[in-house]
Design a protein around this ligand. Structure first.
Ligand code: PBG
Length: 326
């Protein structure tokens, strides 16, 4: 390859037209899934303190935000239900008229084309805030949790969910969900597996948004150690073997290396979750005028795509889609 002075990298950076021609990564509204938090009640559109621009929605207000997302071309939403009542077993997670199930039905009624992905987990529904069945000593039991996750995913599918996304990090849950869905005639419902999900401080604002902070201990006995890379690849290989249709890495920004390795190693579609803390940091710094919020948002989303993600779950979805329209 030519060396300087024959090679001059700046030649192709000289104008926006040359930059457009050699641009390697393009963000598109096609890449986005927009997370939504749904609460009981009516007429609720309450901004989430640490996530300005994102809201708690009651079911009756959902059609409006779905119309807005659809008008911008956003292909899908990810639903989180926040119940009024929590109990030890998280029974609202799999109630036929639970908050998530009602939200799915309302969205599909309002806009059958909007792709509805549901987060399958128990932590928003359990009184202890852990993602499954907990013993009196506070240990989280893996296999008994699988049955509750199966019930949850099935209730979402019956309500009309297009994709189910288990985020609990129990072992064997992708296989368990696949078997349960297939047996009940939902063999066409894909599983988006939160495959490499780290025990991350970046979920802080989400726990405020979803009221799902663990009441004791932490999630390190089921979510991954941020220090580990090979383990993430094993998690993803296992989920792929168990029948996952889409693999996810979460969070995104501190884990771009994992996204890249996953892209190189697996042929499954790859999702990255640009999580709540990543969003809040941008919003907080922008509000202080320490950074240019829009510019940083686009740079971050582009970097996640460049690392190899096919789709990005992001609270920036509507804002970024609006910018991409121009
Ligand atoms: C539920 C779940 C969490 C997130 C998505 N699903 C919280 C957690 O695992 O503690 C975090 C999303 C975000 O921070 O934006 N298990």
């Amino acid at each position: 390859m030519a060396q300087f002075p024959v090679a001059r990298m700046r030649r192709l950076r000289a104008t926006e037209n040359t930059r457009r021609l050699v641009r390697e990564t393009r963000l598109s509204v096609d890449d986005f899934i927009y997370p939504l938090f749904v609460v009981e009640g009516s007429g609720v559109r309450r901004e989430i303190g640490a996530m300005p621009g994102n809201f708690h929605w009651s079911v009756d207000r959902l059609p409006a935000v779905i119309d807005e997302a659809a008008a911008l071309g956003v292909p899908g939403v990810l639903l989180f239900g926040i119940p009024d009542a929590k109990d030890e077993e998280g029974s609202e997670a799999y109630a036929e008229d639970g908050i998530a199930q009602k939200a799915v039905r309302a969205i599909k009624r309002a806009n059958p084309d909007m792709l509805v992905v549901t987060d399958v987990c128990l932590c928003e529904y359990t009184s202890h805030g852990h993602c499954g069945v907990v013993t009196p000593e506070g240990r989280l039991l893996n296999d008994p949790t699988l049955a509750l996750l199966q019930r949850t995913a099935l209730s979402h599918a019956r309500a009309g969910a297009d994709i189910v996304a288990p985020s609990d990090m129990m072992d064997g849950r992708v296989g368990a969900l696949r078997a349960a869905l297939d047996e009940q005639g939902f063999d066409q419902v894909p599983i988006m597996a939160y495959a490499a999900k780290y025990a991350s401080g970046f979920y802080g604002p989400f726990r405020e948004a979803a009221g799902s902070a663990p009441q004791f201990g932490d999630r390190r006995s089921y979510q991954m150690d941020p220090a580990n890379r090979r383990e993430a690849l094993r998690e993803m290989a296992l989920d792929a073997d168990e029948g996952a249709d889409i693999l996810m890495v979460k969070p995104a920004l501190s884990y771009l290396d994992i996204i890249r390795e996953a892209r190189d190693r697996f042929d499954l579609p790859l999702a990255a979750y640009n999580v709540s803390g990543e969003y809040s940091m941008v919003k907080a710094a922008a509000a202080n005028r320490w950074i240019d919020g829009e510019r940083i948002m686009m740079e971050i989303l582009t970097s996640i795509k460049r690392a190899g993600a096919d789709m990005i779950l992001t609270y920036h979805a509507l804002e970024a889609a609006r910018l991409l329209e121009h």
